[in-house]
Design a protein around this ligand. Structure first.
Ligand SMILES: [Zn+2]
Length: 292
């Protein structure tokens, strides 16, 4: 099932007078959206009671939940203190996901910093494998860890790096942030071919299930030579990537991504635009499957 929804709460949610995230599932349902990424980016502070209440609402309104883990995770760092705190952030995020019934936890892999890129990557591979081997296996029963493709050159998280991290364990699957890839590669996502190339790489590395059921972040991103500068929204016409070519690839290949919109302030409105773009394409063009 294809799903669309926002990362966190858009400005309009608060402007309409809502004060608690427990109102979100109903509010999204009323807008024909069916996914929500709960933001723990500044730390996991949610209580079991609140998470459970959110779970009840999400089940009632059939909203699939994911969690964005804290930004502080850095799997590449050789510093034992950072290693340990990264593990704690991951465990706490997975624990919150279990309370909430969220089936995906998105993580940023870490920073290259002053290391060689290959050294940072080696650290991250060793560290992530150690973490998944050490944690309570139950935490990964119903939930996947989803390392995200990153937009800045100094971060770990090119698509090949993310795919390597995903090979560690079957419950590690990619988050493909197309805005980040576009920004990192200097505006590379210009048409269907570029989106298809990414899907093909995931299929080749991790298999067709991973390519088909992808966790996706999508929003217009401004970039400089160093990659991502700022997330914008669809009202800011000059920033890409465009959703339409990706919608075509979704439709032509029978993909079922969960598309989380991270547009600044307008993530609900833009998620709805993505959904209608996909639906109008689906309703107007015959199904021509291409081989992924
Ligand atoms: Zn992220």
């Amino acid at each position: 099932m294809i799903r669309f929804g926002p990362a966190g709460n858009s400005d309009s949610f608060y402007e309409e007078g809502h004060k608690t995230t427990l109102d979100v599932p109903r509010w999204l349902h009323e807008r024909d959206l069916n996914a929500y990424e709960y933001q723990c980016t500044r730390g996991v502070r949610i209580t079991p009671a609140f998470a459970n209440a959110l779970k009840v609402q999400a089940e009632r309104f059939q909203i699939a939940l994911s969690i964005h883990a804290p930004y502080y995770i850095n799997l590449a760092s050789p510093d034992p203190v950072i290693m340990e705190s990264s593990k704690k952030h991951i465990v706490k995020s997975l624990q919150a996901a279990q309370w909430m019934g969220a089936d995906r936890v998105v993580i940023h892999p870490g920073s290259v910093s002053k290391m060689q890129r290959s050294e940072a990557m080696k650290n991250a591979l060793i560290r992530l494998e150690k973490i998944v081997n050490e944690i309570d296996p139950e935490l990964l029963n119903e939930c996947c860890l989803c390392p995200e493709t990153m937009g800045k050159a100094n971060n770990l998280g090119t698509l090949p790096e993310i795919l390597e991290l995903c090979k560690i364990h079957p419950r590690i699957v990619p988050t493909v942030d197309f805005g980040h890839i576009h920004a990192l590669e200097g505006g590379s996502l210009k048409g269907e071919a570029q989106f298809l190339r990414i899907i093909e790489k995931i299929d080749k590395a991790l298999g067709s299930d991973a390519a088909k059921n992808l966790h996706v972040h999508f929003s217009p991103v401004e970039f400089t030579a160093g990659g991502e500068k700022k997330h914008w929204n669809l009202k800011d016409k000059e920033y890409g990537p465009e959703f339409f070519p990706f919608a075509k690839i979704i439709w032509q290949n029978g993909l079922s991504p969960r598309v989380i919109c991270e547009s600044a302030g307008c993530q609900v409105e833009d998620a709805a635009v993505f959904k209608s773009t996909y639906l109008s394409l689906k309703n107007s063009s015959p199904f021509h499957p291409t081989v992924v």
